[in-house]
Design a protein. Structure first.
Length: 248
């Protein structure tokens, strides 16, 4: 679809199930949640965008909070989605609960993966990643320890191998994600599942428990993973999501 002349790419896994909008984190894309979509079918129709500046979507003029939320709302409107469950990881998790805060009539439940109501992180390390290299193997070497988390984003272009995003965009997006978002987290009371990786270096246990204690109808599930819970323990993650959705 196009928003103000800008392309927003998305995957609609289809089916007649209830709609679930899935929002990936930084460096991710729509197919981040392809396995989850298979696990939830046919009861749930998973729609997942390449959020602005990621995957096949165009680079925007900015990476503001308002911009991300507007994109998600526009996609739901374009597809005629109503009474949507919104699931998001990291960046996508904040986008999810801010979408619920600002469009309460659209969102009926939330699944927020490993991100807090206060965010303070720095992605400037990615600025050292190359724009293009001659081979896939050379790109993997340059990415070093980050390579396993970037498999979906690796692309072959006419002038070599690179990533499906601009590193400077990711650093800029993180800067605008940082901040105190408690007002948005506490703005609604729709049923919410907060999933935390026990070994996460992004969402601490104390902060996660405070989020649950302060927000009605919210429960915490902790799984043996780091920040990318959906990728590290996909079966356990899908089971936790499925159990939550079954109670709606």
């Amino acid at each position: 679809m196009r928003i103000d002349g800008r392309r927003l790419s998305y995957l609609d896994h289809g089916g007649t199930g209830r709609p679930l909008l899935a929002l990936h984190g930084h460096f991710g894309e729509a197919r981040t949640f392809a396995r989850l979509a298979r696990e939830l079918a046919p009861d749930w129709r998973v729609v997942a965008p390449d959020q602005r500046g990621h995957g096949h979507s165009d680079r925007p003029a900015d990476f503001s909070r308002e911009g991300y939320v507007a994109d998600a709302a526009a996609l739901a409107a374009r597809l005629g989605l109503e009474n949507v469950v919104v699931l998001g990881h990291s960046l996508g998790g904040v986008n999810a609960y801010q979408l619920a805060a600002r469009h309460p009539g659209l969102v009926t439940a939330l699944v927020v993966e490993d991100i807090g109501a206060e965010v303070d992180d720095d992605l400037s390390f990615c600025l050292s990643w190359p724009e293009r290299v001659p081979t896939r193997a050379a790109l993997v070497r340059c990415l070093a320890g980050s390579a396993p988390y970037l498999t979906d984003a690796v692309r072959e272009y006419p002038d070599g191998w690179g990533l499906a995003f601009a590193p400077e965009d990711m650093a800029a997006s993180q800067r605008q994600l940082n901040g105190d978002h408690w007002d948005d987290w506490l703005a609604g009371d729709c049923p919410t599942l907060l999933i935390r990786g026990i070994r996460s270096d992004v969402l601490g246990v104390g902060h996660a428990r405070a989020m649950v204690a302060r927000r009605p109808r919210t429960r915490l599930v902790e799984l043996d993973a780091g920040h990318t819970v959906h990728d590290t323990v996909p079966l356990e993650y899908a089971a936790a999501v499925r159990d939550f959705l079954a109670g709606l």
